[in-house]
Design a protein around this ligand. Structure first.
Ligand code: NOJ
Ligand code: CA
Length: 547
């Protein structure tokens, strides 16, 4: 597709679980033709890029993050031709497509693993995975799914050895010390970028290498491989994007951009829980502190930001006290807890409170980085806590009020996951048909937010200056470095709040309220006093200085 090489900086990304989006052949499973049939909807919503959860052949022990063939498409979803058709139709609408690249591990059903476990110890075929005679190797390395796995090692009867797995035992880790593995994965990248994919999300990229005496995360060897991958991609496919998934603290996260020679984008994991924390505490400090300790990405780098995704709301990047606070506020139902996080969707997390939903979304769209919207959150979809693992936040998209939510012609009991049953969030209460075109609906509000963001390039590319008015309940910052700038002001409290902002550099500039369109009198002095209703927010565009 045409456009700047760093298109991802201006993007609004929509994360979509194809299996749960739209089913066209009535088998109860969403598919690629279904996604294709909904591209008009996505284009109307205004998002500019789609991130597709794993589409590969897989036994689905981890919803496709357990790949059994890197060069194929899961038969549930369709064929490779269906995949190509989605890319072509998306591109024709100006939508980019980002797919998953699960580098760290495969399914235990992958032919590489089946071959490895039968190959002689020490052979190149065996060494495609990480083996040990003892489960004591790499002692102390944390477990990522502690609710399901009590060790990172699993005994394999066939191999008569233990294999290493950071995730489920059905996901053996690939061995990046093997040159064969590296080459094979570069060929996978060439295959999908060759088909026109615009970006790849590097799943679990922190864990590629293991070394004794370390925590086996973010090792120098892992960064060296990322440099190799980036150089490979830039040389063959300029303008394609690599998005690193590394659940780490800011100082370590920024390392995944390398010296502008590793990932183009990196998720800002620690920012996410702090938005929820600031809201619950009615205090801006958690957000301000994490921004202050976030180094700027290099020139081609951009943060990826999100409120929710297909996993639990992870609480790894907070202190123990903060975690306890988050669980107390947001996971009162014990079923909501999973691993080190909370398995709920955005709307139920916020008690369905429209004002809070708007406020958090505005912050997501205001902070530095490219925002990601999780499918269904544009409607305020709910979740299904009785489902296993993370399935409760992956239920069918609610297109209309019918029992199968317009997701499928199959009856509700034949859907791959049930639709949400809570009457407050079930299809009759929350669906696209009811919200599309309806004044005041969350869908229409989200569409407007996306469109306003796209009209304000400072939000995509501008710098950040945080202001600290005395009133801690108000979060305020300016985006943009010179020329057009945007003042963002948000009231984190449920009650009205006033804040005095010191803006000596902006005296004389005109202010336009982006949401209401109202033009405010130019700033007459260095102090700007603003009153905001409970959970109120404003985007105030500062006219060019002297204009
Ligand atoms: C991160 C993905 O987001 C998650 O869904 C998956 O289970 C793990 N990586 C393992 O691939
Ligand atoms: Ca189907």
């Amino acid at each position: 597709m045409d456009g700047p090489l760093d298109w991802y900086k201006d993007a609004v990304i929509y994360e979509v679980q194809v299996r749960s989006f739209c089913d066209t052949n009535g088998d109860g499973i969403g598919d690629l033709p279904g996604l294709l049939s909904k591209l008009d909807y996505l284009q109307r919503l205004g998002v500019t890029a789609l991130w597709l959860l794993p589409h590969y052949p897989s036994p689905l022990r981890d919803d496709g993050y357990d790949i059994a063939d890197y060069l194929g498409v899961h038969t549930d979803l369709g064929t490779l031709d269906d995949f190509k058709a989605v890319i072509a139709a998306a591109h024709a609408r100006g939508l980019r497509v980002i797919t998953e690249l699960v580098l760290n591990h495969t399914s235990d059903q992958h032919p590489w693993f089946q071959r490895a476990r039968r190959a002689p110890a020490g052979s190149a075929e065996r060494d495609v995975y990480v083996w040990s005679d003892s489960p004591d190797k790499y002692a102390g390395v944390r477990r990522i799914f502690p609710d399901y796995e009590d060790s990172n090692w699993e005994w394999d009867e066939v191999a008569q050895a233990y294999y290493w797995h950071r995730f489920f035992r059905s996901q053996p880790d690939l061995n990046f010390d093997s040159p064969w593995v590296q080459q094979a994965l570069l060929e996978v990248v060439d295959f999908w970028f060759g088909l026109g994919v615009d970006g790849m999300r590097l799943d679990a990229v922190t864990y590629l290498y293991e070394r004794e005496g370390t925590n086996c995360e973010s090792l120098p060897e892992t960064h060296a491989f990322l440099r190799k991958l980036r150089a490979h991609v830039d040389a063959r496919f300029p303008g394609r994007m690599l998005l690193g998934e590394a659940n780490q603290w800011p100082e370590e996260l920024v390392g995944y951009f390398g010296d502008d020679d590793e990932c183009h984008m990196v998720y800002h994991f620690p920012a996410m829980p702090r938005l929820y924390m600031a809201l619950a505490q009615e205090d801006r400090r958690p957000v301000v502190e994490i921004l202050a300790r976030t180094p700027a990405p290099p020139p081609s780098g951009q943060w990826a930001t999100f409120l929710r995704n297909h996993d639990e709301l992870t609480l790894e990047m907070v202190s123990e006290d903060e975690r306890a606070f988050m669980l107390e506020v947001y996971a009162q139902d014990p079923r909501a807890k999973l691993n080190v996080g909370i398995r709920r969707r955005l709307a139920p997390l916020l008690g369905g409170d429209r004002a809070k939903l708007e406020l958090l979304n505005v912050l997501l769209f205001s902070l530095p980085g490219t925002p990601i919207v999780y499918y269904g959150d544009e409607l305020g979809m709910g979740d299904e806590l009785d489902l296993d693992d993370r399935d409760g936040v992956r239920t069918p998209m609610q297109w209309d009020a019918s029992p199968s939510a317009g997701f499928s012609s199959a009856p509700p009991e034949r859907l791959h996951l049930p639709v949400v049953s809570d009457p407050d969030y079930a299809p009759p209460a929350v669906n696209v048909a009811a919200q599309e075109g309806a004044r005041g609906s969350l869908l229409e509000w989200t569409r407007r937010l996306i469109s306003l963001r796209r009209e304000l390039p400072v939000l995509a590319r501008g710098g950040l200056q945080v202001h600290e008015p005395e009133n801690q309940r108000v979060l305020a910052f300016v985006r943009g470095d010179s020329g057009e700038q945007l003042l963002v002001v948000a009231n984190l409290a449920s009650t009205p709040q006033r804040a005095e902002l010191e803006l000596p550099d902006h005296v004389g500039r005109a202010l336009r309220d982006v949401f209401s369109g109202a033009v405010l009198p130019p700033l007459s002095g260095p102090t700007c006093s603003l009153e905001l209703p409970g959970y109120g927010y404003r985007w105030l565009a500062l006219g060019a200085p002297g204009a």
